[in-house]
Design a protein around this ligand. Structure first.
Ligand code: GLC
Length: 407
């Protein structure tokens, strides 16, 4: 464990709990947490999974409520929307396709969030209540997002990656490397209009407009399927357990076959799996699911994470490599540092026992929060905080300080 100053540890734990409590909302008998009251006043899918993981360290009941509110708006086809508008606010637009929720999803982190709760109190009743939702959600991803069973799931909008305007999607969107956030948002919202004309049909219709196989989304899927297998096993669903373990391995294997070249994993798009060779933190995402070999992992770290020409920074981990033409240290998902990225990369590194590198990320996350507060994203060279305020992702530092994957 890195030596985090005990007073900083206490201060950041208290501030993390405070932001989660301040951002907590209740409606219709459900409880959820908004990522930022002024900028993001709704419930978001992967944010709520992060909240639940943090809350599992401080209040298991609140962690459970966070996930139960999330699944309460699951669609009939199993999809869980990336946004739920419990209360309508006029801060951000409602062009996401449906009336009370959005019509797209986000990275499938739900099984892992549920498991992080379960390992702490062994409440199988909670897993049981959640299991039908998990079952239908992951089955939706495995079928509707991979109709030809090639074992990598597609996203139908960049926002489904959680990295709205990441340069990984410039080519499939037909956008130039230098672009404004407004241009990016417009083209992403155009996809939602297409989705409406497609009558919300992903596999047969949306694949003609945007059909990208992203690296973090699939690494998260692989890891969550293996966790879902453990959940099914706890509940005595032997066949499901075997099936999900197998599905997880199939995704890992297919990622190697379809996305990997010279030790690096690239997102692909379209039915022909055209690679988009844009260097973002997604290079490290497969570590999270244990997909690279130990040797490949070492090469990724020495050649990229710790290379000054690529991702090494005073405050790691920049979301885009310095060597990439799209790199913009102040840009939203185009170079700035995000706490969730730090959390994913640190977990990946720990999996490979590369604790020194992982601890540097924790140390830097602590410094960023101490210096700039709970901001949405940070400048990798100066540590300046940018974007939304009272943003919950900084609370992930609690999980990082209390360390990592549970058995
Ligand atoms: C931004 C982020 C997305 C997050 C949302 C709410 O759109 O890019 O990942 O879910 O804000 O915090």
């Amino acid at each position: 464990m890195p030596s985090i100053d005990p007073s900083a540890r206490k201060r950041l734990t208290d501030l993390s709990v405070k932001v989660l409590v301040d951002n907590r909302r209740s409606k219709d008998g459900f409880q959820y947490t908004v990522p930022s009251p002024s900028s993001y006043p709704y419930q978001w899918l992967w944010d709520s999974c992060f909240h639940a993981i943090v809350l599992s360290h401080v209040s298991l009941e609140d962690a459970k409520k966070e996930l139960l509110s999330l699944v309460s708006k699951q669609f009939e086809n199993g999809m869980i929307p990336h946004m739920i508008y419990w209360e309508r606010k006029e801060v951000i637009n409602f062009k996401w396709g449906k009336e009370h929720t959005s019509s797209i999803t986000q990275p499938p982190m739900l099984a892992l969030a549920a498991w992080e709760i379960y390992v702490k109190d062994k409440d199988a009743g909670f897993l049981k209540a959640l299991y039908p939702h998990l079952y239908h959600f992951y089955n939706y991803i495995l079928t509707e997002r991979d109709p030809r069973r090639h074992h990598v799931a597609s996203i139908i909008n960049p926002d489904e990656s959680g990295e709205d305007n990441s340069p990984r999607f410039d080519v499939p969107l037909g956008l130039p490397t230098v672009q404004t956030l407004k241009e990016s948002l417009e083209s992403r919202l155009e996809l939602v209009e297409k989705l409406k004309t497609c009558d919300f049909d992903a596999p047969f219709c949306m694949k003609h407009f945007f059909w990208a196989k992203d690296v973090p989304f699939n690494a998260i899927l692989a890891e969550n399927l293996s966790v879902l297998s453990k959940i099914a096993d706890v509940l005595g669903f032997k066949e499901d357990s075997l099936r999900y373990a197998e599905e997880g391995l199939l995704v890992s294997r297919a990622m190697r076959e379809l996305m990997m070249e010279d030790g690096l994993f690239w997102p692909t798009y379209g039915e022909d799996y055209v690679k988009t060779k844009v260097k973002t933190w997604a290079l490290f995402a497969p570590l999270f699911a244990g997909i690279p070999t130990a040797e490949e992992a070492r090469a990724l770290v020495s050649g990229y994470l710790e290379s000054p020409a690529e991702f090494k920074a005073a405050y790691p981990v920049p979301s885009v490599s310095r060597s990439d033409p799209a790199y913009d240290p102040k840009g939203f998902w185009r170079g700035s540092v995000w706490m969730a990225v730090n959390w994913f990369v640190r977990r990946g590194l720990k999996r490979y026992n590369m604790d020194d590198h992982g601890d540097r990320i924790l140390q830097s996350s602590v410094e960023l929060l101490e210096r700039s507060g709970f901001r949405e994203y940070f400048h990798p060279d100066t540590g300046e905080g940018m974007g939304a305020e009272s943003f919950t992702w900084g609370a992930l530092v609690v999980d990082m300080m209390n360390d990592g994957p549970s058995a």
